[in-house]
Design a binder for this molecule. Sequence first.
Ligand code: NDP
Length: 443
Amino acid sequence: MSYIHDIIHRVEEQNKNQPEFVQAATEVLTSIAPVIEKNQIYQKWSLLERIVEPERVNMFKVTWIDEAGKVQTNRGYRVQFNSAIGPYKGGLRFHPSVNLSIIKFLGFEQIFKNSLTGLPIGGGKGGSDFDPKGKSELEIMHFCQSFMTSLYRVIGADVDVPAGDIGVGGREIGYMFGQYKRITGHYEGVLTGKGLSYGGSLARTEATGFGLIYLVEEMLRDHSDSIEGKTVVVSGAGNVAIYAITKAQQLGAKVVTASDSNGYIYDADGIDVEALKDIKEVKRGRVKQYLSYRPNAKYFENGCVWEVPCYVALPCATQNEMDIYSAKTLIKNGCKAVGEGANMPSTPEAIDAFIENKILFAPSKAANAGGVATSALEMSQNSSHLSWTFKKVDSELNKIMKNIYANMNAAAIEYGAKDNFVVGANIAGFLKVADAMLAQGIV
Ligand code: NDP
């Protein structure tokens, strides 16, 4: 369709140095083509031109002093992409690879993911090229305080509510919350992923990983299958990976791998998740150290985790970690389902291979939406000054994930793409935002 092609071309031309953003926008635009064709009103009001442009891009300097007394300078970002259905919501990523392209791709994806949750939250994302690895506790605190000293101007409980992402967990959120409160004097739910003693929600830590498994299990159940008794391969060893492994094992699966950017571990007896938590959450170490807990496990330096045969594959590390070669290897080895815990971990070619080979493929904007959904539940608890039980939050999360599956499945069927959940998730996420934008006029 020429309108879609024109917009993709426009995105490519205007964002020449932003390959990740162009990749994310192209995927969404291509898969919503049937909706745009059927409803001329979106073209009439130039909806696509408007939706691919962030409402605001904040970029700022973050200076801090390291333990050696040297001044360090990093770059901070907060992209406020779309607020049609609620305040901006999306995580902060601290990783040396962070740049405007990465933050824009994540913010763009967040619009549709947040819409899919059914909750009133718009899309945003932020972060910095700061590398937390190897930094002392004090350096982390000073960086977080300096980052918030610029960020506080553009966020607020009803404006924009950041959360964690790669390199940003409870510790960093705590330091940023403290600094926000010190500067503004406001004790408000301006960040989610907070500690339980100051407004955090039970089950937020577990939410993305648990939600991923709830959605994958629902997708399998709908195809008369289940994760129980299946071999599962997981990449990553961070927040998402750890709780995906935990929930998959609770449901009777055998998870045999975890990885970091140095290599992966293979444990034929099933990953000992308590050992992994001790390494990553307490010692902040490397997955290689797993061998000292389970000497029978194997460690593969620089190995590709997708070479391990499995029934279900769960990429939970980072964008574009699953290329076409990895996808073909998984398919050859009998993989039947893929659930994306990380954001955009599969390349477009890998996704095409999964869909052509009838692998059940749950795309990230649906499969990892449990984290942001539970963040929205944290916002509700904060604004009503209540704390829900773990059971209540977990049960809400389970309902939300089942609902996301039902909505993306229904959209895929309605638009003639049964079992293509990329199309289903993009259409279901797009419709609500697009209609809210139309209703609010040209703003
Ligand atoms: P963490 O920082 O907790 O963990 C990231 C993990 O992935 C680390 O073990 C890291 O290893 C590993 N990793 C990073 N790059 C690579 C690589 N190239 N190859 C292998 N492993 C790698 O982050 P999260 O678990 O929070 O986030 C993981 C993904 O999930 C991201 O894409 C994020 O955007 C997404 N996500 C997270 C949500 C959340 O609630 N936390 C919500 C929704 C999505 P290393 O230590 O070596 O860098």
